[in-house]
Design a protein around this ligand. Structure first.
Ligand code: UGA
Length: 422
């Protein structure tokens, strides 16, 4: 099939690359000329495991990036993968969805072959039916030959290529049977159950999935906070809990809480949507509140150990919102660093990949190119990201004035680190 993917962010780029790997011919439409150039030279503008290899193999053959919408006319499927950032009132900002739909409509004006327009971006229920469909139809002027699909993504950053190629399920919400049948062909070759739904159910599946995963994390953190007071190791507890097949062991890791470009914004958008329709989202509110308070518990622990933070040098190891990514969006290190600064501490930061992302948020703190350099002369250390290599740190902590180590991710193997929930 020939597929046009609109938006070269992490979902669009990974999807475009993986569709080419599945044997399709793919045009990736991206307005940022620097990204277009980087991709067409076979390099990924973001760090994502396995992506560079796929780009190197397919760019110039069956995958190309372009700043224009011309390819849409020749493709059978156009997939919208643009961002839906958090708006001022917590809602999903759909302006990029609207302009992508308009550009797709205009590009389809002279096309009379059957075409499917699919939304992969995370959007509130009703967006495909009430925004994308009328906008595409208004600007294309054709009505019979376009079908609409909503196909949510479940890719984790850092594991996105692996997740794309090995999905637990593929959700295809469609306006009608033909649109869903044609679209399902884009995933030909993958071994996964395909769930066919309405457009709105597909949109809601995505929000509900992220909300449930975030709830598991906040639940574990709440249990973990109680465990900490009682001197119990929450990881032992959650191991026992997670082995119940009705619960499962994943996403029960207590610690600093969740960050990233998805959970915080999607929970906020779902909460906003709930209030709009007259529901009070009590559980969602609690999930978000627990997540906001969790980083402050790290500061409280630190203060208990070293007293007033003014003038203290604190090494912060881990700036990315999780391991295997250079993405620091909504990282739990952000509120921690902000609080350290507010209390007059000097921050010595290190991350294997996210120093430069974090330096855009906090240009004024010191960044180091190794954990040892950040630890040298520090009064205390906070481990904020679950990078596996941090687990091997041990003698490096001897470079500190005193070994005051707080592990917010249960990643260290050295015995004298204090855990946030254990
Ligand atoms: C998340 C979902 O896991 C994906 O299924 C979804 O497609 C994606 O959002 C999205 O909507 O695009 P992602 O944000 O990449 O993926 O990262 P996760 O691996 O889910 O981790 C999110 C945060 O939760 C991280 O800060 C991580 O440290 C934290 N976390 C995760 C915990 O604190 N405990 C856990 O047990 C698991």
């Amino acid at each position: 099939m020939r597929i046009s993917v609109v938006g070269g962010g992490y979902v669009g780029l990974v999807s475009a690359a993986c569709f080419s790997e599945l044997g399709h011919t793919v045009d990736l439409i991206e307005i940022d000329p620097a990204k277009v150039e980087a991709i067409n030279q076979g390099g990924s503008p973001i760090y994502e495991k396995g992506l560079d290899e796929i780009l190197k193999e397919h760019v110039g053959r069956d995958l190309k990036a372009t700043p224009t919408y011309e390819s849409i006319e020749h493709s059978q499927v156009a997939l919208i993968c643009v961002g839906t950032p958090q708006g001022k009132g917590g809602e999903a900002d759909l302006s990029m969805i609207g302009s992508a739909a308009k550009s797709i409509g205009l590009a389809l004006q002279n096309c009379h072959d059957y075409h499917v327009v699919a939304v992969k971006s995370t959007v509130p229920p009703g967006t495909t039916e009430n925004l994308v469909k009328p906008t595409v139809l208004k600007y294309s002027g054709i009505f019979q030959e376009i079908g609409f699909v909503m196909n949510p993504e479940f890719l984790r950053e850092g594991l996105a290529v692996q997740d794309f190629m090995n999905p637990d399920r593929i959700v295809v919400g469609s306006s009608d049977k033909k649109a869903g049948d044609v679209f399902a062909g884009v995933y030909g070759g993958l071994d996964a159950p395909v769930i066919r739904t309405s457009l709105t159910a597909a949109e809601m599946i995505k929000y509900a999935s992220n909300a449930f995963l975030a709830t598991k994390i906040s639940f574990s953190n709440e249990i973990g906070n109680i465990c900490k007071r009682l001197g119990i190791d929450v990881y032992e507890v959650m191991k026992g809990v997670g082995l119940d097949h009705r619960i499962n062991p994943y996403f029960l890791n207590a610690g600093a809480g969740f960050g990233g470009s998805c959970f915080p914004k999607d929970l906020s958008a779902l909460g906003h949507l709930a209030r709009e329709v007259g529901e009070d989202p009590m559980l969602l509110n609690a999930v978000m509140e627990i997540n906001e308070r969790q980083p402050m518990r790290i500061i409280e622990l630190l203060e208990k150990r070293i007293g007033d933070l003014a003038g203290k040098r604190v090494a912060v190891l881990g700036l990315a919102f999780k391991n295997d990514t250079d993405d620091a969006r909504e990282s739990r290190s952000i509120p921690v660093i902000a609080e350290l600064k507010k209390r007059g501490a000097t921050v010595k930061a290190y991350d294997p990949k996210a120093n430069s992302s974090m330096s855009r948020i906090f240009p004024e703190i010191d960044y180091f190119s190794s954990a040892a350099e950040a630890l040298d002369g520090a009064d205390a250390c906070l481990v904020m990201t679950e990078w596996p290599q941090f687990g091997r740190l041990c003698t490096e902590f001897d470079l500190m004035k005193k070994r005051v180590i707080i592990d917010a991710r249960r990643i260290l193997s050295c015995k004298d680190a204090e855990g946030i929930c254990w």
